[in-house]
Write a protein that binds this ligand. Structure first.
Ligand code: NAI
Length: 255
């Protein structure tokens, strides 16, 4: 199927993990895809791999915490690929695993800058492009940690909760422009981010993996593709009447 034929999508954090899988699935559904990331080497590799599969894809270097870079990257994506219809705010970091009373302010601000300010800046500078094409879809990657606590990573929880409610507010603001805004809440997927999080626990990776597996009633952790298919749905016209919603893809973690 080609549910996204003629659409242009920008995926932040598209060089690795969930973003890479999301970019591939959007591209396979017919979208042209711009990967925005600060990891230039991997971003160029992934864009090349998408091109080899016949997908119109470009890599644009951008740190989502830098307004000048975000605006320039989205303008470039729209100019090169022919407008912008879909923004996936996926770039994120996990931050230090420390309780609130031990957390340095600098670490709090580092996580909020990427996970909240980054979503704000990308949304801010995508809106004029989405309006210009008569509407579109913004998918904000939050987390199960935007819904329930985990007893760890305080700024990550705060940030993902913020992303959840930012999505609802923007959904109301931009509904008259036919711009839909939804949040997506993944359970654990064993990407580089979760591997780093596991390392902070000091336990062997296999032990962490088994623990995480046990937290999801359907068993195991998810795959990047489990999330990518949710993004394809929210980006597509099949979700034309879906805005301000929370799509939870978590193997039952939050049930
Ligand atoms: P990852 O660490 O594998 O990939 C994150 C990507 O974001 C990398 O390519 C990185 O270079 C990029 N990035 C980080 N900071 C950036 C910045 N300032 N500017 C531009 N790019 C930046 O992480 P993963 O697991 O793929 O996570 C993707 C999103 O999914 C994140 O928002 C994360 O919080 C969320 N998520 C992940 C879960 C998981 O279990 N892996 C579960 C729930 C949510």
């Amino acid at each position: 199927m080609s549910r996204l034929e003629g659409k242009v999508a920008a995926v932040t954090g598209g060089a690795n993990g969930l973003g890479e899988a999301i970019a591939l699935r959007l591209g396979e559904e017919g979208a042209a895809v711009a990967l925005l990331d600060r990891d230039e080497q991997r971003g160029r590799e992934v864009a090349g791999q998408l091109q080899q599969r016949g997908i119109r894809a470009i890599f644009v270097m951008a740190d989502v915490t830098r307004e000048d870079q975000v605006q320039a990257a989205l303008d470039q994506a729209a100019a090169e690929l022919g407008g912008l219809h879909v923004l996936v705010n996926n770039a994120g970091i996990e931050g230090a695993n420390k309780p609130t009373h031990e957390l340095p302010l600098q670490e709090w601000e580092r996580v909020m800058a990427v996970n909240v300010t980054g979503v704000f800046l990308c949304t801010k500078h995508a809106i004029p492009h989405l309006r210009a094409v008569g509407g579109g879809s913004i998918v904000n990657i939050s987390s199960i940690y935007g819904i329930v606590g985990g007893g760890d990573v305080p700024p990550y929880h705060a940030a993902k909760g913020a992303v959840r409610t930012m999505s609802k507010n923007d959904a109301l603001t931009y509904a008259p422009d036919r711009i839909r805004v939804n949040s997506l809440h993944p359970g654990f997927i064993f990407t580089a981010m979760v591997k780093r999080h596991a390392q902070q626990s000091g336990l062997p990776e296999e032990a962490v993996r088994q623990h995480l597996d046990s937290l999801h009633p359907l068993g195991g952790t998810g795959t990047p593709d489990d999330i990518a298919w949710g993004v394809v749905y929210l980006a597509s016209d099949q979700a034309r009447w879906v805005t301000g919603s929370e799509l939870v893809i978590d193997g039952g973690y939050t049930a």
